[in-house]
Design a protein around this ligand. Structure first.
Ligand code: MEV
Length: 319
């Protein structure tokens, strides 16, 4: 028996980092997906490896997901499985590749082994995996990847999240260009801990930035609703400045962003960021696409065009 489940990548339109401290964030899925192809192997299969994994990246997150699933499904042991991962979501660049993997795998395990399809449960367990992987995540990444579209998210407490699934069709979501400023040296967990260390030292300073970021996230939402491009630009501009004040944007990303702004466009990092080397994907909008290509080339960066608000986790086949 074989089942394929896919999940999309995501971007933080605004509110990353602040969201870890209970402030809202606005997230969207992107049209890049990851697929988990799960095969239940014949029980008599006498290969020594009961769990066979084929993945372009490490297996750590897969084993964590299996452990959490096994516990939640109250199984004394897992049946023999073959897990294959295929993805077009760049890894470690702020596009939610780890959330997409834990969500798609959790979905495939529930459907394949228990014949259950419950996105709320998938999201809940993927959050447990994210906690093992990143330490103190807000839960926003796994939520948008599960439910899809555009999501207004707030972590009220560790066990209570406010999740608003907004109808993407009622918002003027721009197509964006992602400029790859390079894979960050720091993991998401390390960036979250880094901000937390600074927050503990300069609480008032950080609280003020987070409050301002909440204002900008609200401004962005209203501007997207009205299709007010000038205010979309302003919210992104101010939001990016706040991320720089938080200390999560590296030098290369900052000068790349300034170049886009000089030409009348907007650009911001998305997700945890990075300081020592790259800062992950930079969201960028400028009506003149050739200019973006030129700037990206000058900085030696690849670009990807993405559409926003696509469907969340789904069964591709094997139903
Ligand atoms: C990571 O994609 C976004 C952060 O806000 C962390 C989180 O929300 O868990 C930096």
């Amino acid at each position: 028996m074989q089942i394929t489940v896919s999940a999309p990548g995501k971007i933080h339109l605004l509110g990353e980092h602040a969201v870890v401290y209970g402030y809202p964030s606005l997230l969207s899925t992107i049209d890049k997906r990851l697929e988990v192809i799960l095969t239940l192997l014949d029980k008599s299969n006498d290969t020594k490896e009961k769990i066979q994994i084929q993945t372009p990246e490490g297996t750590g997150l897969i084993y964590k997901s299996l452990e959490i699933f096994q516990k939640a499904a109250r199984l004394s042991q897992l049946p023999p499985l073959h897990i294959k991962v295929e993805s077009d979501i760049p890894v470690g660049s702020g596009l939610g590749s780890s959330a997409a993997l834990s969500v798609a795998l959790m979905g495939a395990l529930f459907k394949g082994i228990k014949n259950l399809w419950n996105p709320v449960k998938i999201n809940e367990l993927a959050y447990e995996v994210e906690k093992l992987q990143h330490g103190n995540p807000s839960g926003g990444d796994n939520t948008v990847v599960t439910f899809g579209g555009l999501v207004w998210f707030r972590r009220e407490t560790e066990f209570l999240k406010s999740i608003w699934n907004l109808p993407s069709a009622s918002y003027h979501l721009p197509s964006l260009i992602l400029i790859d400023s390079g894979r960050p040296k720091e993991t998401t967990g390390e960036m979250v801990s880094y901000v937390n260390r600074l927050y503990t030292q300069k609480k008032t300073f950080y609280e003020n930035i987070f409050k301002d970021q909440e204002r900008e996230t609200r401004n962005l939402l209203s501007a997207l609703k009205k299709g007010d491009r000038e205010n979309v630009k302003r919210a992104f501009y101010r939001g990016e400045k706040n991320l720089e004040k938080m200390g999560v944007v590296g030098k290369k990303a900052q000068s790349l962003i300034r170049s886009i702004e000089k030409l009348g466009g907007f650009a911001k990092i998305s997700g945890a960021g990075g300081i020592t080397e790259g800062s992950g994907m930079i969201l960028c909008y400028l009506s003149n696409f050739e200019k973006i290509e030129e700037i990206a080339k000058k900085f030696g960066c690849n670009i990807h065009k993405v559409n926003l608000g696509v469907e969340g986790v789904r069964i591709e086949n094997g139903e």
